[in-house]
Design a protein around this ligand. Sequence first.
Ligand SMILES: [Fe+2]
Length: 463
Amino acid sequence: MNDARDCPVSTSSAAALAHAEQALWRTVAFYGDTLADLDAAIAADPGWGLARIAKADFLLTLTEPALLPEARALLDAAAPLMAHANARERGHFGAARLGAAGRWREAGDRWDELLLQHPRDLLALNSAHLFDFYRGDASSLRARIARVLPEWPADDPLRPFVLGMHAFGLEECNLYAPAEAAGRSALAICPRMPWAIHAVAHVMEMQGRHVEGVQFLRALQPDWADDNGLSVHLGWHLALFHLESLDTASALQLHDAQMAGAASVVNLQWLDSAALLWRLQLLGVDVGVRWQRLAQDWAEPVEHAGHYAFNDCHALLALIGCGDIARAEALLAAATARAGIDGPESTQRLVDSRADPRADNHAMAREVGLPLMRALLAHASGDHATAVRLLYPLRRVAHHFGGSHAQRDLIDQTLLAAACAAPQRDIKTIGHALLNERRLAKPGTPLTAHWAARLGLRENVGS
Ligand SMILES: [Fe+2]
């Protein structure tokens, strides 16, 4: 059989394929319970390895250390089924194996091989797109989608989701006008496309269109806020727009209503909460017991350190925020050991992918994650000059540990706050230079004016 996009599948169960199709839609739309559909596909045809691989892919793309054992068990169960699989499915198995070993770039290469043969293999495309994001590979975020998009017929119901991916890739390549056009063309077909909504929100964030951004996300809120895996992240984007106008009360309200407590259950969601609380604190807002609550929710950050540096840095924010510096130091030490810094002994004790020097996280942690953590700890200790001296050179390479431009703006905002607090003249000069960048990107916003005033400079507020 082939699936709805002419990709060959080895199952002969129409029910299994129908469940897998539903799961694929949920995966790209973020609505509902994807895992339940994948479990139903596995139950309908236990001999179909691709259903297990698709579930492993979904778990791996959450970058959640606690889910790695389950993902690996699924792949172990799929291994003997590969004898009856087709070439495409065996390709997926190889890619997922690499993903489970933390070798994300190599996994992306395998998915790319599949896409050359099957340009509408959405499972490969979506998995590769998300790992391009986690690796900060903006070029591939755009180009990988561009290589296949013309092969998708206009009437394919899932094509708008691919347009949304293209929109996000264009935005991360700073191609704002075509990014917004692609995102809006997807939304014109169907507004229930949170990834396309997200791409347009990113364009507005990067261009300082915060008033329009609030209106845009509020108008589409019914399409992203309920029963959707992106609701926390889009709530974070909405809060950022409020922060740009220094409306910290609305940002806090959104945090509590949309991002905290039961709304957040995985690293990708806790980190949005940490990033927002950190920005609020940099602006002098007392966020109360929210740090303590977040640190309580965050599952074993020290034990899980070393899987993904981007997540580790945000876990560090939560520990610093609630004043647990000892645990923050322990997190840094664990992340350092698991990046192989202390030599082979410390990594050989580990039995999982964190010991594999080919895992992408080793380079991410060494180049970005660990120095960023040291800088954040320096800032927390009041050593603002050291924080600035560590953070400033990181800006050039920070994209290597993934996330979006908007997420990594946390580094710039920390730099600005540290530069404001440091007494040294050369540190102030760095703050002034950073402010100049901000003035061109987001001229006249209240947040830009705030940093200007803190640095003793003037800024005309336009909105
Ligand atoms: Fe985002």
